[in-house]
Ligand binder design. Structure first.
Ligand code: 13P
Length: 317
């Protein structure tokens, strides 16, 4: 299998084709699937059976059956979600240290405090949270369904954790609810500034500017679309534009360029690289397939409670 190469530093070159062949062989013999998030390295996306955003990956994981191993190429909370949805499969992550600083910005103790302070308000947790936090909340959401999820709740007052920028995005769409927003953020999306948007408008006057809801609110307000990575992936099919400026982690550009070779995609800021997503490499994936060790496990009691919040979200979606 040939791997396309590019001049961009975030797209790796010179992949050994033997690695790809061995991964394909092992995938069959292990009865495995490889799931990958849109931010994964191009070579990982190319060997994956399914690439998607957080919601698509959770939905895919919820539909798998008879699979012995799920090799999950993403960050730890995403692999945990797949493990909760598939208690009969072994979920393996190429690098156990691929965490999420945003998910670490809220703890179980924080949730317990919130419950004490806001007694009757349901808590909505972004999927970027640990399984232990999910186990304590009412419902989960992702960036693509957050508005739907909050709208599905009958209560007027809602607690939204942990991403403040996604929280503000939801608040702008649902004026009639009172939304209490936690103060978390994604450090990678903080790279994007209003100035980046202004510069992009000058440099690419014909382009549509689309950013992730984890970007600062000012950046969202200056852009043309605010979408999840899954929404960004669908956008070129839905609108009549030839050029797109993409305001999210740079891994997203690979999939867009591969899928729409007749369009132009430019990064809003090339420095927006998630060091955790990039901890998973093809070699680490292969090593784990040769000798699966990085098992992502969730304690049964936590998994059972977290599953309720995840399933409630999937039902709304
Ligand atoms: P998406 O659900 O849009 O893929 O977002 C995942 C994420 O963690 C963004 O930083």
């Amino acid at each position: 299998m040939a791997i396309a190469t590019t001049e961009r530093s975030y797209i790796r070159q010179n992949i050994d084709p033997h690695i790809i062949d061995e991964i394909s062989r092992l995938k069959e013999s292990l009865k495995a699937v490889i799931l990958a998030h849109n931010y994964q390295l191009p070579e990982i996306q190319m060997v994956a059976d399914f690439v998607g955003d957080s919601l698509e990956l959770a939905m895919k994981a919820s539909k798998l059956s008879g699979i012995e191993y799920i090799f999950f190429c993403g960050v730890h909370f995403m692999a945990e979600t797949a493990a909760i949805l598939n208690p009969d499969s072994k979920v393996i992550i190429p690098d156990m240290k691929a965490g999420c600083p945003l998910a670490d910005m809220i703890t179980v103790e924080d949730i317990k405090e919130l419950k004490k302070e806001y007694k009757n308000a349901p808590i909505v947790a972004y999927i970027n949270t640990s399984a232990a936090v999910k186990a304590e909340v009412d419902i989960c959401c992702t960036s693509s369904n957050a508005v739907k999820v909050v709208n599905s709740l009958p209560e007027k007052k809602i607690i939204f954790v942990p991403d403040k920028n996604l929280g503000f995005f939801v608040k702008r769409q649902i004026r009639e609810k009172e939304i209490v927003i936690w103060n978390g953020f994604c450090p990678t999306h903080l790279w994007f500034s209003e100035e980046d948007v202004e510069k992009a408008r000058r440099k690419y006057p014909q382009a549509v500017i689309v950013v992730h809801p984890e970007c600062r609110e000012e950046v969202q307000l200056k852009s043309d679309f605010v979408l999840s990575t899954g929404g960004m992936f669908k956008l070129p099919r839905e609108i009549n534009a030839r050029e797109f400026v993409i305001g999210t982690e740079v891994g997203m550009l690979f999939r867009l360029k591969q899928t729409y070779p007749d369009r132009e995609f430019y990064p809003l800021n090339e420095r927006a690289l998630c060091p955790n997503m990039k901890k998973n490499t093809l070699e680490k994936l292969l090593n784990q397939m040769r000798k699966p060790e990085n098992l992502v496990q969730v304690e049964k009691k936590i998994a059972d409670s977290a599953l309720k919040a995840i399933k409630r979200m999937l039902a709304v979606t």
